[in-house]
Design a protein around this ligand. Sequence first.
Ligand code: PEP
Ligand code: MG
Length: 324
Amino acid sequence: AQERYASIRDQPATTLCGKTIGMQMNAGLMADLPSLEGSGAEGVGLFRTELQFLIRNQMPRRSELAALYSSVLDAAKGRRVVFRTLDIGSDKVLPYMKPNDEPNPALGWRAIRVGLDKPGVLRMQLQALLRAANGRPLTVMFPFVAQYDEYRAARAEMDKAMAREKILGHVLPESLEIGAMLETPSLAFAPDKFFAEVDFLSIGGNDLKQFFFAADRENERVRRRYDTLNVSFLTFLEQIVGRCRTSGTTLSFCGEDAGRPIEAACLAAMGIPVLSMRPASIGPVKHMLRRVDLDALRDVIHAARDRGDMSVRASVMDYLRDAR
Ligand code: PEP
Ligand code: MG
């Protein structure tokens, strides 16, 4: 199988119906970057910046972060890297920050909520990113945005950081894209204005699924209870795709399901144009995508839905078996 994946490494993920799905990789450490060459990924669709904060025993300095982000951009050699700002709280607790005792951390003070309420670290991080870009294109994404005003406020922090950098005489990025993760169902129902304003959206499927089904992603008892190929969830994703198409918003999906070939094929069939996954999944997912007809797969999914099936998995498996 490894050889089979190697042979398609530099080929596009073009389906039998002629659609090409964007293949991006998830990363979080400098050590992940060499995979960008070897895996066949076209860029880094999700760079989880919190890992750098989690592996230390004290808060990193701005200059350290800037140096690190700069080497990430160097290693990417001009390919796009989506830096996700700090996503702490919930399952990710920094050893050097006072833990806050919350009854439901996953629903608590986390990610962009912390970044907006106590903006010191977010500001430092944005400044480090601007310095790292040093005139190159920069792409930043805010985690866990639940409503439009949070995106607006976070974006305003970036505007302020840029203004400050300009006064200090630093070069600004050649281009700047500011996106949001769609990982709470509420954001799918944000006003049209939000969809028009956000530069891109990336579905954080791990969290989105957790909140869609109200099933803790960390809890073994319920974690696998609801299938990603559940009709309600796929219908929801299809609605998000529809809103993004209407507004012309660039959309990707970066949860773990993007790296599972059958799930990935269904996500693409629902119209998600770009998938971001761990590097080792690029080969298997690309191999699958190159053998499916997304239009036919979408018909299979819709037929299962119209029949009232709970999950489309059985029908999709039948289709894939016959299609081979
Ligand atoms: C997600 O929620 O799907 C995601 C990509 O982010 P994380 O797994 O880091 O929460
Ligand atoms: Mg998440």
